[in-house]
Every structure is written in structure tokens, then in C-alpha cells.
Design a protein around this ligand. Structure first.
Ligand SMILES: *[C@@H]1O[C@H](CO)[C@@H](O)[C@H](O)[C@H]1NC(C)=O
Ligand SMILES: *[C@@H]1O[C@H](CO)[C@@H](O)[C@H](O)[C@H]1NC(C)=O
Length: 269
């Protein structure tokens, strides 16, 4: 229902350093089915995936490779049945210390959460009330991750930055990550699901992205455009745009919450 990038530790013997060719948008080039087989479907051309949630199961898919930097995006249309209690959040297969960057939709009312797990258990939520209805049309959700910054974009609008503040003693993601997407029942924390409305179907498109497979230490090169100087920080126009959108649409920011505020909040301005 949303996509998130999560650490997954596997040891691959050989990496082919091939670049994703974003001109190819075929699901099968980049991803494979992960769980909930009879609730997962992909069209024969590999251009659209549907994940279905009902009482019996949700479903998910994951990138075939793990990556050390990149500009990741996917188009999503979330289910149009009004309900609470749906999310795409990870089901905490790796609780505790890990890296993860998330977009989550807790229900279908236009509320969207971003979160960052920084080798810990997260709690860096920033919530937005989207300026469109995410169940009406496809929208693009994108994450830039390079040695300088992590940026969350919605329809090309930057809404959140997590800078590399290692010089300030703040951890920065340094292990390869997968991209995962899933829909599952989160009644426990996102409120009740109205099962009479099931099944809930999330649609995904536009699977191509540009990223460097492999170790973070080998993925910082400027041969990759997303690591170049133009991507080291937002342009003045982008900063202004981010400030405008955050001013209007943010509904919760851990940095403004005394019980959750963390060290990086002083540097991420
Ligand atoms: C949307 O639903 C979520 C989860 O139930 C809730 O936290 C949020 O406050 C709701 N937003 C609005 C605008 O109703
Ligand atoms: C993550 O945290 C653990 C435990 O605090 C630490 O041992 C490990 O070195 C950290 N890893 C990274 C990549 O920062």
C-alpha cells in the first residue's frame, strides 16, 4: 500500500554493478513477489501490480537486489474504500536496530506517515495530511538516498530531509537496503478495519528506478547522477517548496514532540 525501504541482511557472493535502467518499468526487472501469493497479481506486461487485503491475508513484494544508494520511486494508488487500520508499515521482521525509510498510509483518509529507522527502532515519524486524495489516482512516492542526504518526495515535491550528520555524531544509514511494498492489517495500532468493505486493493506502477546495488561503501561514486553535487542538498527553490508544503500539511513531527525529539532535530533544518 505504500512503499518502504528496509534493511535485509543477506550475503551475496557476487554483485554485478549494473545500474537500474529507469526506462524499463517492468515489475519483473526490479522486483519479485514476497508474500501473500493469492493476494498478489501482476499484469502480463509487468506494468501494474495489485496487492489485496482481506480477512485472510495481505501481500507484499520486494526488490530483487539490495542497494547502497539511489533515487527510488514508485507510483501508488491506495484502496478507495474508506477505512482505518490499513498500513504498509513493516511487520517488524527485524525489530530493534536497523535502518529503514518508510512511507505509510494508515487508512485511506489521506493521512501519510514517513519514518526513519536509524539503526534503532525508529520513532521518527512525520505525518502529513496529503493535498490530494491518494485513493483517486496514482501518485509518485520517491526517496533519494546518497552519502549527503535522504529526501522524501511526493509528486516531486520534497517534504522531508534527513541529512548526513555523521560529523555531529549522528548515525547515517550505512547498510544495503531493499525496497518493499505491502498491505496488511494493522488494526492493533491504526484503528479498526471495516471488513464489510474488503477486499482492499492497492495498485502499483512505474517500477523502474536508478540505484546502485551493493555495499554502501561502493555506492557513493559520482558516476551515479544521484550522488552528484546537484543532489547534495535541495536547491533554494526546493527548500522554499518544502517549507511551504510542510507549513500547510504536516500534522505531527517528532522533532516538535518532547517525548520523541532526537539529536538530529537540531541539525536537520
Ligand atoms: C486518518 O486515519 C488515521 C488512522 O486511523 C488517523 O490517525 C488520522 O487522524 C485520520 N486523519 C483524519 C484527517 O481523519
Ligand atoms: C548499530 O547499533 C549497534 C548496537 O548499538 C552497533 O553495534 C552497530 O555498530 C551499529 N551499526 C551501525 C552501522 O551503525
Amino acid at each position: 500500500m505504500a512503499f518502504f525501504i528496509t534493511i535485509f541482511i543477506i550475503f551475496l557472493c557476487a554483485f554485478t554493478m549494473q545500474l537500474g535502467n529507469a526506462a524499463d518499468n517492468n515489475f519483473n526487472t526490479y522486483y519479485s513477489y514476497l508474500w501473500g501469493s493469492d493476494h498478489f497479481s501482476v499484469d502480463p506486461q509487468g506494468t501494474e501490480v495489485q496487492l489485496k487485503l482481506d480477512r485472510s491475508s495481505g501481500a507484499g513484494f520486494r526488490s530483487k537486489l539490495e542497494y547502497g544508494s539511489g533515487l527510488f520511486h514508485i507510483r501508488i494508488k491506495i484502496p478507495d474504500k474508506k477505512t482505518g487500520g490499513l498500513t504498509s508499515a513493516p511487520d517488524n521482521q527485524a525489530p530493534g536496530n536497523h535502518f529503514e525509510l518508510d512511507f505509510e498510509f494508515p487508512g485511506t483518509n489521506g493521512s501519510m506517515i514517513t519514518n526513519v529507522f536509524d539503526n534503532d527502532s525508529g520513532h521518527r515519524e512525520q505525518k502529513f495530511q496529503l493535498w490530494f486524495d491518494p485513493s483517486k489516482d496514482f501518485h509518485t512516492y520517491e526517496i533519494l538516498w546518497n552519502p549527503h542526504q535522504i529526501v522524501f518526495f511526493v509528486d516531486n515535491i520534497p517534504i522531508r530531509v534527513f541529512k548526513n550528520n555523521m560529523a555531529q555524531g549522528i548515525t547515517y544509514p550505512s547498510t544495503p537496503m531493499h525496497i518493499e511494498a505491502s498491505i496488511w492489517d494493522a488494526e492493533a495500532w491504526a484503528g479498526p478495519v471495516d471488513w464489510a468493505q474488503a477486499p482492499f486493493i492497492a495498485h502499483y506502477q512505474d517500477f523502474g528506478f536508478n540505484a546502485c546495488p551493493g555495499d554502501v561503501s561502493k555506492c557513493g561514486s559520482q558516476q551515479y547522477f544521484w550522488n552528484g553535487p546537484n543532489y547534495w542538498e535541495l536547491s533554494p527553490a526546493q527548500k522554499q517548496q518544502m517549507e511551504d508544503y510542510r507549513g500547510k500539511y504536516i500534522t505531527y513531527d517528532y522533532c516538535n514532540d518532547h517525548s520523541n525529539r532526537k539529536k538530529e532535530c537540531s541539525f536537520n533544518v
